[in-house]
Design a protein around this ligand. Structure first.
Ligand SMILES: [Zn+2]
Ligand SMILES: [Zn+2]
Length: 253
């Protein structure tokens, strides 16, 4: 099994080390037909992409996309969950400038209100020491689902990273909304049991590298070996064949 497109990579626009061109060249060398540049959105401390930078990234992407005929280069952002009420740090107006929108939980992201730090971020901190309680899991799950219902999210990145979630419930919400669940090689999540629960609920998956260095673009060994072990095929994972990938926001690649 190998991935034919990597829909989650970072560049110097947030805290990756390469440029749009560097990531694309690596994806091309692996024979991929598409790559998405998906830097962190604005509430990621220090490195988050300021909204006024989006046009500059688009300019870079258009130039690189024109240069290489065999690969499609896409503009995305990895938005943050910033409240348990479905708030994210990319407005729909800004999301319309993107090709695809990713969303993930990041422990240090600035929250919408001060009291929100006692929700997901607090659960993330306690998770460093022990598994989240049933009550925390329900909270994390509801918060994630609120976000993907209220916002047109194409890919939910690294579900279960830093907070425990109910994979069956999140998988069902992903299936219902047309959001793909990421199998993250970088963060090694979801685990096999999480995958099985989400699968049963009807979720579809995408395998991404979440590369922060050009050399890591397309590197998905952990996720691929999990998917192979589970006997998954292009029916469950959308980016391991040449079949077009249809995203929730309307893009087909
Ligand atoms: Zn992330
Ligand atoms: Zn990322």
């Amino acid at each position: 099994m190998k991935i034919t497109a990597d829909f989650h990579t970072h560049t110097r626009y947030s805290h990756g080390t390469g440029t749009v061109n560097d990531n694309t060249v690596n994806a091309l060398s692996l024979g991929m037909r598409a790559i998405a540049i998906t830097d962190h959105a604005k509430n990621h401390p220090i490195v988050g992409v300021k909204p006024e930078k989006i046009d500059a990234i688009r300019k870079d992407i258009t130039a690189v996309d024109k240069e290489y005929r065999n690969i499609k280069v896409l503009l995305g952002l990895e938005a943050n969950i910033i409240s348990p009420r479905g708030d994210i740090d990319v407005t729909e107006e800004r999301a319309e400038k993107l090709d695809l929108l990713l969303l993930g939980f990041h422990l240090t992201a600035y929250q919408k209100k001060f009291r929100d730090y006692f929700g997901l971020p607090w659960n993330g901190v306690t998770h460093i020491f022990c598994k989240n309680s049933a009550k925390q899991i329900a909270f994390n799950t509801d918060a994630t689902i609120e976000c993907i219902i209220k916002n047109k999210v194409d890919i939910l990145t690294h579900p279960g990273f830093r907070i425990d979630v109910d994979y069956a419930a999140i998988g069902a919400a992903c299936a219902e909304t047309g959001t793909y669940m990421e199998i993250s090689s970088r963060h090694r999540t979801p685990d096999r049991s999480g995958m099985e629960q989400a699968l049963k609920a009807g979720a579809k998956f995408v395998i991404n590298s979440d590369a922060h260095k050009p050399v890591n673009v397309g590197k998905c060994d952990w996720a691929i070996s999990l998917a192979e072990d589970m006997g998954l095929t292009e029916n469950e994972i959308v980016n391991i064949s040449d079949k077009p990938v249809i995203f929730r926001r309307g893009l087909t690649v």
